[in-house]
Design a protein around this ligand. Structure first.
Ligand code: CU
Length: 125
């Protein structure tokens, strides 16, 4: 009689390692840097080298338009009718805003440098 050697299966002891689940805090993306130009929102007009850029800006009524003076000296953005808006002096490096309340096409200029320094603000209803 042959004795069958029973091979006992070795029990594999799996040691459960409780690995600390590290929740790495990902830094929130603060935005894409797609353009090297100074940040200008859609409703921003830059004043640079005695020019308004864009020369014509179209917005919806209720929008707050911002002028940013990139020159080192003061400018104004004053509607040609002298009543719709007038930022007053915007010092070099400063900004001024105007919240549009009336629809229409408004030509404006800089009172310091005259009508040759002009822009147009189109306000859609
Ligand atoms: Cu000016």
């Amino acid at each position: 009689m042959k004795m069958k050697s029973l091979i006992s299966a070795t029990a594999l002891i799996t040691v459960g390692l409780l690995t600390g689940h590290s929740c790495s805090k990902s830094n929130g993306n603060s935005g894409y840097n797609s353009s090297p130009a100074p940040s200008a929102s859609a409703d921003e007009i830059q004043i640079y080298n005695m020019k308004f850029s864009p020369a014509t800006l179209t917005v919806k009524k209720g929008t707050t338009v911002k002028w940013k003076n990139e020159d080192s000296y003061a400018h104004t953005a004053t509607s040609n009718d002298n009543t719709t808006f007038d930022t007053g002096n915007i010092a070099g490096g400063a900004t001024a805003t105007y919240t549009t309340t009336t629809a229409g096409t408004f030509d404006y200029h800089c009172t310091i440098h005259g009508l040759s320094m002009a822009g147009t603000l189109v306000v859609n209803p």
